[in-house]
Design a protein around this ligand. Structure first.
Ligand SMILES: Nc1ncnc2c1ncn2[C@@H]1O[C@H](COP(=O)(O)OP(=O)(O)OP(=O)(O)O)[C@@H](O)[C@H]1O
Length: 522
């Protein structure tokens, strides 16, 4: 199948710098892929933070500029002449079944021309991929796998649901664990390793667990112990015991838990070869700075190296950074890893799957939940994620939906881990039609059947919009995003529309149908 023209991919790569250059540049762990190198900042500066990568200032600047532009255009106060276009629910019936796991219709498949066997993966891994039901790589996988296999540090930006997880897992599994390539003398090395060889960091428990499941899917039941989850909210002593007993080659966890166990001396990652930062922009945010600093300092550092001494010896760690929304500062840093490297760069709108349809519907605050209900019926949506910003309102919304006979449940950080897992499982199994949630579920949550995302409260910016929207329309499937807002918020929708470069036309839900209100071009 030819690569889809609408598939957007950003893959930035460069060579890891050799140790000698590293020690010269900085003693900080981040240094070999670091902006410090790029911007010649003093190597003894503080830990890696958003500020040190210029994230914050960049976003603020961008948003402010764009906001000013929108305001100058006078968008908020204009009431355009309108005409209605009815979109029948049939056109939005993309997902065929919820609960019953039938094959889901895929509209614009992001699959590449190559097969997995052309990507240089070892035979055992190819067999397991087939067993797990993965037959054709996606575009991002075709681009990333050979690049990572060559030993480059990589930044992967590709839109939500395009298969970024396997894009970094496959090259890791080629080199680490029981499915790896045979050694030079032709012998397959024993699957039993002594050290942790890959550390994968994700910002939430749910995302961490999801990555573990993806690894387990490929490893198969017999080799499940090769991967160990180290997520927060789970029993720490049990995790430590499992590390000791199973000696996993790969650990996947949240920054806090990985850093805690590492600080307690129970996680030996000095010889680690791969460090993956999944949702890198979130991981480099202020909230995670201390834990991420520890991880970046310790993963891949050879035992016995003096943290204050010079030169610092490092293992050959490869750093892989992944997100649908990679800030420009990270891309700029990556560009400087190797100025001669070829690079494909595209605009920021790549974070959204091309097949998604976006609308906004204006209503009064007290009618929002009812509008949501009408929206679900009009689109005949089977699996809906509704985002809100505050937990209290979220509970009220669930109560109202349930009172009107719509199966709904809440999912947020105030719930215990068991409640969170149970709700998520019910939603994935199709027992719930609407999952009312907050930012917790915006990143990474992979429910193929989700055919509608509704913003009952608008997200704070285009980055959050992209991650929320990306819960639907995964892997080229159809999906709809509806923003339910009050009249004074319409200017925010217009701003998002400009920043993301996607049309978000106004709509109404009447007589069980979605009516698009087309704005007449003046
Ligand atoms: N080659 C493939 N063939 C079939 N299914 C695939 C393939 N690659 C990935 N998938 C599936 O596609 C879904 C989306 O993949 P994944 O979660 O990795 O997307 P993502 O790009 O990381 O999304 P997000 O940015 O939202 O985290 C998953 O269910 C995954 O198992």
């Amino acid at each position: 199948m030819p690569a889809s023209a609408s598939t957007r991919l950003l893959l930035v790569f460069g060579e890891s710098l050799p140790c000698s250059r590293l020690t010269h540049l900085s003693r900080k762990v981040w240094s070999h892929t670091n902006v410090r190198f790029v911007s010649q900042v003093n190597p003894d500066d503080g830990p890696l933070t958003l500020a040190s990568l210029n994230f914050k200032s960049e976003f603020e600047k961008t948003n402010k500029n764009k906001a000013n532009k929108v305001e100058r255009l006078g968008v908020p106060n204009e009431t355009p002449k309108t005409k209605l276009r009815v979109v029948g629910s049939n056109s939005i019936k993309a997902v065929k079944a919820v609960g019953v796991k039938k094959a889901l219709e895929i509209e614009s498949a992001p699959f590449a021309a190559e097969s997995f066997s052309e990507l240089g993966l070892p035979p055992l891994l190819l067999e397991r991929l087939e067993t797990a039901g993965f037959t054709v790589p996606t575009d991002v996988q075709s681009a990333a796998v050979p690049t990572i296999l060559k030993g480059h540090d990589v930044v992967i930006q590709s839109y939500t649901g395009s298969g970024k997880t396997l894009a970094y897992l496959l090259p890791i599994l080629s080199e680490v664990g029981p499915l790896k390539k045979k050694s030079l003398n032709g012998e397959a090395e024993s699957g039993k390793k002594k050290e942790i060889e890959a550390v994968i960091v994700a910002p939430s428990r749910e995302l961490g667990m999801q990555i573990v499941r993806e690894v387990e899917k490929i490893l198969g039941p017999a080799d499940k112990r090769v991967v160990q989850q180290l997520v927060g909210g789970a029993n720490r002593s049990r995790q430590e015991e499992a590390l000791k007993k199973n000696k996993p080659a790969i650990v996947v966890g949240t920054p806090g838990r990985i850093a805690e166990i590492s600080a307690a001396g129970k996680l030996h990652t000095h010889g680690c070869r791969f460090l993956v930062l999944d949702e890198v922009d979130e991981l480099l945010s202020f909230n995670f700075r201390e834990h991420m600093h520890r991880i970046l300092e310790h993963v891949g550092r050879k035992a016995g190296a003096d943290p204050r001494g010079s030169p610092v010896k490092r293992a050959e760690r490869q750093t892989i950074m992944v997100s649908a929304t990679v800030p420009y500062s990270v891309i700029r840093a990556a560009r400087n890893w190797d100025s001669s490297s070829s690079m494909q760069t595209q605009a920021a709108s790549q974070s959204l799957p091309p097949a998604l349809k976006h609308y906004h519907c204006v209503t009064k605050l007290q009618h929002k939940v009812d509008t949501l209900r009408r929206c679900v019926h009009a689109l005949d949506a089977k699996s809906v994620i509704a985002f809100m910003n505050h937990t209290k309102q979220l509970k009220d919304a669930v109560f109202k939906l349930e009172a009107r006979g719509m199966k709904a449940a809440e999912l947020h950080g105030d719930l215990g881990k068991l409640a969170r897992s149970t709700t998520l499982k019910k939603f994935k199994d199709g027992e719930l039609r609407v999952l009312v949630t907050n930012e917790l579920s915006a990143r990474g949550l992979d429910v193929a059947e989700c055919d509608l995302v509704v913003n009952l409260d608008l997200p704070t910016d285009s980055i959050h919009y992209a991650h929320r929207a990306g819960r639907t329309g995964r892997l080229g499937r159809k999906g709809t995003v509806v923003n339910i807002c009050e009249e004074p918020e319409v200017f925010v929708v217009k701003k998002l529309q400009k920043q993301l470069r996607v049309p978000i036309p106004a709509c109404e839900f009447t007589e069980g149908k979605l009516h698009v209100i087309e704005e007449e071009k003046l």
